[in-house]
Design a protein around this ligand. Structure first.
Ligand code: SF4
Ligand code: SF4
Length: 243
């Protein structure tokens, strides 16, 4: 969200007469189960001012929230703050009470996939595709994000590979990968891997499984346009894994 929106929302909360929790980065805060956050979320009606509801739900699930029907999400990526303040009838005259919670790993710039469990069909394509051990299987043989810090910042590649549009990167620019609603028809038209296999004339998953990290970077280079992989990610991969 734009910095101006964040500042305006905070300014409104400072005089809203309500208790609120602030964090610099919800992705960072929710990267691991977070008991402190859960205690706050479970105790009353909650409104989350952040991004797309699908992304917020997946983030809070990752933090350990199983269900809280009283959570309402306001998307600051699409809602103007003055509209928000008007609609919420913030007091505007009394100080808010701020509780600040921050991510534990302060050196990490959070970027990792979230799985929308309502859409995931457990095909495991993301697990097979990812080179960096971000995904693993749980006891039910369902894919889970096990090592979020291993993900490559700025890369949404596995989200482009998922046939179900079930993978969310909340900081990605475009929907549905950013958590925006899924346009099923549009997704079907662009959905890999059929599209990629057609383009490459080979089994891309097999190719990607049989690679070294450097050749994987080269493989991904061929796929970067289809998977929206930034040049910087490919370059970093090659540097990190020289021949
Ligand atoms: S590729 Fe998508 S549908 Fe398949 S397991 Fe991964 S998240 Fe689920
Ligand atoms: S974006 Fe790349 S590194 Fe991150 S989880 Fe997906 S495939 Fe793995």
């Amino acid at each position: 969200m734009p910095d101006s929106t964040r500042k305006a929302a905070l300014q409104a909360l400072e005089t809203a007469g309500v208790e609120y929790v602030y964090t610099d980065d919800l992705c960072g805060l929710c990267a691991e189960p977070n008991a402190e956050l859960l205690t706050l979320l479970n105790r009353q009606k909650i409104m989350v001012l952040a991004c797309f509801p699908r992304a917020v739900r997946a983030l809070l699930e990752r933090a350990g929230l199983t269900d809280n029907p009283l959570i309402e999400t306001v998307n600051l990526r699409t809602t103007a703050v003055d509209t928000l303040v008007k609609d919420l009838h913030f007091d505007g005259t009394r100080p808010g009470r701020r509780i600040t919670l921050q991510q534990k790993n302060t050196t990490w710039q959070p970027w990792y996939p979230l799985i929308d469990i309502q859409r995931c069909q457990h095909c495991k394509q993301c697990l097979n595709f990812c080179l960096f051990g971000v995904y693993a299987l749980d006891a039910h043989q369902h894919v889970r994000v096990s090592q979020p810090t291993h993900c490559k910042t700025g890369c949404p590649a596995c989200a482009r590979v998922c046939p179900c549009a079930a993978i969310i990167f909340p900081k990605y620019a475009d929907g549905p990968i950013n958590g925006d609603a899924v346009d099923e028809e549009a997704w079907k038209k662009t959905a890999p891997p059929e599209h990629l296999q057609q383009r490459l004339g080979s089994n891309v998953m097999k190719m990607l499984r049989n690679r070294t990290a450097h050749t994987a970077a080269e493989s991904l280079e061929h796929l970067k346009d289809q998977l929206n992989i930034p040049d910087s990610v490919i370059e970093n991969l090659k540097k990190e894994h020289p021949r």
